[in-house]
Design a binder for this molecule. Structure first.
Ligand code: FAD
Length: 591
């Protein structure tokens, strides 16, 4: 039980922060260790280590703080007065005093979150359970927003000189120079990092192979709306208007992307494909080749390449025995557009993730006779309320910036625990649906150690479905279900089951996912770079997503991906690192 009266939450937080600062400044390592629970976690986001890393256990936390003590000059810790005030909350099932605080790091202002819980083994003394230290900006290199907005003097006072449009067009044309940063991919990840860098004054160009900004969403299936709610999905700097629908339709988001590029003054070349590149260690720059809209090529020499190519780059087509015998049409889900031409015809959808279910439902509603084939157990959860549980924070009142900080301050161990609890809650909420699915032989799972869909997303990018109706159609028998293991082979007319029966098909959709970023890196940059970088996304044995949003084994090569919220949150830190490289504060070589 957390026994702290509400009126003293602020002073309690301030006291812990003052003790922390005093112990650090005085190199009082035992005193510092005594401020943390034995089982505690410190996540540093650039402020101390210029890395994103989580350190667990009081002894190890002190060890790492000690190692960085001389360089970091951490000081001026105080609970924030102008943000969400210290509060008593329950996180991952534990009641805690959670306080947002400000401090000064060596390279700029910092913000953090500390969570204090009583230590029963030490007379109930409040000690840190989790600590976040995050760099919030670079001293002397602020963003050009608010009071620091551009004054526009260069084009508003000189009547004979170039006006704003002339300057914008010249900046985006790159006729006489190359950008410092080339962002490959202009979806949400590319837009978010380009917006951050542009605000930090780093010359940045986005290239995307699609002919029109937003096509990455426009080309998805007809009925698509976002899976989580509008308040979670804002891009940096420019929130969606307050009249927007709870679940944003894909074309509305696509059009917003166009407006965003215009409003945020981002340099964006459409119909431009990144073909690959190599890094010159001595010069500290890339030689990259772009295929341009007119079919020509352009070589560029940016110092940084940010891969924002998403997970949907290269379709994964598993080796399905005898599929070549099938006489009908076979498409990967990435090329599937609309079901109308399959009315009254037979379709098989292989794969039971989001794409498989959504495409099956699209085909069914277009009048096709559909069978879904399940290859492996799948997590199913209703889109509402279950799939929204992880975002409850964004609905509880703290401003977006504070919600993002609280999310950032959640170390892996707590995130896992929270998601286990939410998965249990979802199971109860979804029980009728899950029972129905089991009745028809659908194989369910709930993620590794019951950590649910979020961890499936973070570890393998799929393996779950947010039910917007397809599961109900399966339970009602309106869409049929078959198990992949029951298929003997494919024949001209469809899939022949081991029972001898044939599932007829005119169309087979392979909703079998996409190859990972690692594959793309090997293809675009060669074995040397791919081996230096190593695995991308997922946690491996660590506590952070591998190679995401931080310096990688290949100087000048960066990765950003994830949900709209992840892109909004981590683009900030990725932007700060690239700016710090540009200003000579850190080296692009992390070794
Ligand atoms: C039905 C559905 C609902 C979803 N709902 C949500 C939601 O509610 N909230 C949420 O956060 N996420 C949601 N997502 C998931 C996720 O946000 C998207 O998958 C998102 O598109 C990922 O963004 P991205 O910028 O990383 O990659 P992408 O959108 O895939 O963009 C990558 C871009 O890179 C370009 N590209 C790739 N290779 C090259 C190259 N060599 N040269 C030039 N350009 C290249 C591509 O053309 C593409 O435009 C949903 C996804 C689906 C399918």
């Amino acid at each position: 039980m957390l026994d702290v009266p509400s009126e003293t939450l602020l002073t309690t937080a301030d006291r812990w922060l003052a003790d922390f600062e005093t112990a650090l400044a005085g190199a009082d390592w035992p005193g510092l260790a005594a401020l943390f629970h034995a089982d505690s976690h410190w996540r540093d986001v650039l402020a101390v280590t210029w890395d994103i890393q989580t350190v667990s256990g009081a002894d190890r936390i002190v060890e790492v703080l000690k190692a960085h003590a001389s360089g970091t000059k951490l000081r001026a810790f105080t609970a924030s007065r102008n943000r969400t005030l210290p509060q008593r909350v329950t996180r991952a099932g534990t009641e805690t005093l959670e306080a947002i605080f400000d401090f000064e790091a060596a390279d700029g202002p910092g913000v953090g979150v500390v969570r204090l819980v009583p230590d029963a083994a030490d007379g109930g003394t409040l000690k840190a359970w989790t600590l976040l230290t995050a760099l919030d900006g670079l001293r002397g290199h602020g963003e050009s927003i608010g009071k620091a907005r551009p004054k526009g003097e260069s084009y508003s006072r000189d009547f004979r000189g170039p006006n704003w449009l002339d300057l914008r067009q010249a900046a985006a044309a790159y006729t006489d120079h190359d950008p410092a940063v080339l962002v490959v991919g202009g979806g949400q990840a590319g837009l978010a990092i380009a917006a951050r860098l542009t605000q930090l004054g780093v010359d940045t160009l986005i290239v995307d192979r699609y002919p029109r900004i937003g096509d990455n969403w426009r080309h998805r299936y007809h009925a698509l709306t976002l899976h989580n709610q509008v308040q979670v999905n804002h891009l940096p700097y420019m929130p969606f208007p307050p009249n927007w629908p709870t679940y944003i339709p894909k074309d509305k988001l696509a059009n917003w992307f166009e407006a965003y590029v215009e409003a945020m003054e981002l340099n964006y070349w459409t119909a431009t494909e990144f073909l690959g590149g190599s890094y010159d260690d001595k010069a500290g720059q890339w030689s990259v080749t772009l295929r341009l809209a007119d079919g020509g090529e352009r070589e560029m020499h940016p110092r940084h390449v940010v891969m924002a190519t998403g997970a949907n780059g290269i379709p994964h087509r598993p080796d399905i025995p005898a599929l070549e015998n099938f006489a009908g049409t076979v498409v990967h889900s990435g090329s599937y557009d609309d079901g109308h031409e399959w009315k009254d015809r037979n379709a098989i959808v292989i794969g039971t993730g989001n794409s498989g279910h959504d495409i099956a439902q699209d085909l069914y509603s277009a009048g096709a006779h559909v069978t879904i084939v399940q290859r492996s157990p799948t997590l199913i959860t209703n889109i509402e309320p279950s799939a929204q549980l992880p975002y409850a924070l964004y609905d509880e009142g703290p401003p977006l910036e504070d919600c993002d900080l609280i999310v950032t301050s959640t170390p892996l161990a707590l995130a896992k625990k929270s998601h286990q609890l939410m998965t249990e809650q979802s199971k109860k909420l979804d029980q009728a649906l899950l029972d129905g699915l089991e009745r028809i032989g659908f194989k369910l799972d709930f993620g590794e150690d019951g950590t649910g869909w979020q961890f499936k997303f973070l570890t393998r990018g799929g393996g779950y479905y947010f039910n917007v109706g397809c599961s109900d159609l399966l339970v009602e028998g309106k869409i049929k279900l078959a198990q992949f293991d029951d298929i003997a082979d494919f024949v001209a007319e469809g899939a022949r089951l081991k029972s001898g029966e044939t599932i007829p098909a005119d169309l087979i959709v392979l909703a079998t996912g996409y190859k990972g970023q690692d594959y793309l890196v090997r293809m675009l940059f060669g074995d040397g770079v791919a081996d230096r970088v190593g695995p991308i996304w997922g946690f491996g044995d660590g506590q952070e997503l591998r190679n995401m949003y931080v310096r990688t084994g290949q100087p000048g090569l960066w990765f950003i991906a994830g949900s709209l919220a992840q892109c909004r949150i981590y683009s900030k830190y990725l932007g700060l690192q690239i700016k710090a490289c540009e200003e000579g504060l850190i080296s692009p070589d992390r070794s």
